[in-house]
Write a protein of this length. Structure first.
Length: 158
């Protein structure tokens, strides 16, 4: 089973990189886990709606090119559904029974294009708070790991 995260933007802070790498390492015993970083597009300081749409469309096209035809796609977005860790684990288990690849998508600073949201099988929210991109990626990776631990009936600690 394959679990991918497609994320727009690069994480620069070493402490986030190390934390995410730790969860990547832990996930190896449960799945093939990959993070695909896409470059974020430059946005003017005071963009027009047209410029924002152009950035979203370009990032969206790049995301869509990376998706497999049969991937189950979960788009992280503020209007998405909120799930508890247990609900998330159950959803993951169900998806991986019917799909060989589960792909999560994290957009850039403007979010996700409408075409990416339409392609998604599920829109998921990490909660009602706004998280910086790098923290959202860390939380996502941790929750994916937590879900596998729950599904394996293993204790989660530290």
């Amino acid at each position: 089973m394959n679990v991918n995260v497609i994320a727009v933007g690069k994480i620069k802070e070493d402490y986030f990189i190390r934390a995410i790498a730790e969860y990547e390492k832990r996930l190896r015993r449960f799945c093939s886990f990959n993070i695909i970083e896409l470059p974020d597009r430059k946005i003017p300081d005071d963009p027009t709606p047209g410029q924002e749409r152009e950035v979203l469309d370009a990032e969206g096209a790049e995301i869509l090119r990376r998706l497999g035809k049969n991937d189950y796609v979960i788009a992280l977005c503020v209007e998405g559904k909120e799930l508890s860790s247990e609900e998330w684990a159950a959803k993951t288990a169900g998806v991986l029974r019917t799909h060989s690849t589960l792909t999560y998508i994290i957009g850039g600073s403007l979010g996700l294009s409408p075409t990416v949201k339409e392609r998604a099988d599920l829109r998921l929210s990490l909660g009602r708070v706004t998280l910086p991109h790098r923290l959202a990626r860390l939380v996502l990776t941790e929750q994916i790991y937590r879900g596998f631990k729950i599904n394996a009936n293993e204790a989660y600690h530290k």
